[in-house]
Design a protein around this ligand. Structure first.
Ligand SMILES: [Zn+2]
Length: 329
């Protein structure tokens, strides 16, 4: 598929801006060819129940502020939602008002430069493949663990977007028949067992069995427990928190084994807020991966590694949409 333009770097005049729009904030930054971020600008996302032009205003403001009076050569947009396969529209987003408006076209008219648009996890995967934890890999998977699970598929140097632009939505693969009910209306989805929400649920269930510092942290009200509380408790050596991470990690490895069976990647990168737990999450996941992966004894089991670029990955990968040559290698 043709992107807005290719090989814009090195730009002779102006700057390339990457912008990441999520449910709470808009982060824009000038990104250079080495993936370095020179100057950023932040706006609050206006919300879901506003006219779409207000969200576009916030995007344009952040982009213009980040560019700081330099001409803008191109802008890449990473959006937390479903982007159509042509990379022109946000079809639906849980926290944004767009429902199929031609966002790429609208921004091109307002900013007068080429615009690239893709889903935030796809953008993060591009950045990790070019500059981060999957650097040098041509076939890689990204699994983003936040409230739920998202992801991206990089096959032979290209991010695979799918017929509807919805490839890589791994969180709703069924891993437990008739299991835990999911917000999507079905049961047993992977993200019900391995995600920020799942971490909290595991911790609450385990607190019934043994004492935990989480009791004090949440004033004795298990409903008040949050993911960051479980992380803090684990850092303090709390056994319940450790067991909750072991459980989430185990299910992470089980789901990743299915993905590896399908795609045979060189590496699997785990990003998103929960991945900050590092080996506390990844060790049990690696264990489960090598035990459940088909043909593990006859293949090189791919590395399961934490993302390297943190919350800026989406913004950096967005810049690659307009400025980087495709495929990645
Ligand atoms: Zn689901």
């Amino acid at each position: 598929m043709r992107r807005a333009c290719a090989k814009m770097w090195p730009v002779t005049e102006g700057v390339v801006v990457g912008v990441d729009i999520g449910g709470t904030k808009v982060l824009a930054g000038v990104v250079d060819e080495m993936g370095r971020v020179a100057r950023t600008a932040l706006r609050t996302t206006p919300g879901r129940r506003v006219v779409t032009s207000r969200v576009e205003d916030a995007l344009v403001e952040a982009i213009v502020e980040a560019a700081d009076d330099q001409p803008i050569a191109g802008v890449g947009v990473a959006a937390a939602g479903f982007v159509d396969s042509a990379g022109e529209r946000v079809m639906f987003a849980p926290h944004l008002p767009w429902q199929g408006e031609p966002l790429k076209h609208l921004l091109e008219e307002r900013l007068g430069c080429p615009i690239g648009l893709d889903n935030d996890a796809n953008c993060a995967a591009r950045a990790e493949a070019r500059y981060g934890a999957a650097r040098g890999a041509t076939t890689a998977l990204m699994v983003t663990m936040g409230t739920g699970i998202g992801g991206a598929v990089l096959l032979e140097g290209r991010v695979i977007r799918g017929a509807n632009g919805m490839a890589g939505e791994f969180g709703h693969m069924q891993v437990v028949p008739d299991g835990q009910s999911c917000e999507c209306g079905r049961r047993g989805c992977w993200e019900q067992y391995s995600s920020g929400n799942a971490l909290v649920r595991h911790a609450r269930a385990l607190m019934v069995e043994q004492p935990s510092v989480l009791d004090d942290m949440a004033d004795g009200k298990p409903d008040l427990i949050t993911g960051p509380m479980v992380t803090t408790a684990a850092e303090q050596g709390d056994l319940v928190a450790h067991r909750a991470f072991a459980s989430v990690g185990h299910w992470l490895g089980v789901g990743v084994a299915n993905l590896v069976a399908a795609f045979d990647p060189e590496v699997v990168v785990v990003g998103g807020g929960v991945s900050a737990a590092g080996d506390r999450l990844l060790e049990p996941a690696r264990d489960a991966l090598s035990r459940t992966l088909v043909g593990a004894e006859h293949r090189r089991v791919p590395g399961l590694v934490a993302a390297a670029l943190g919350p800026r990955a989406g913004m950096i990968g967005a810049a690659l949409l307009v400025a980087g040559d495709q495929p990645l290698r």
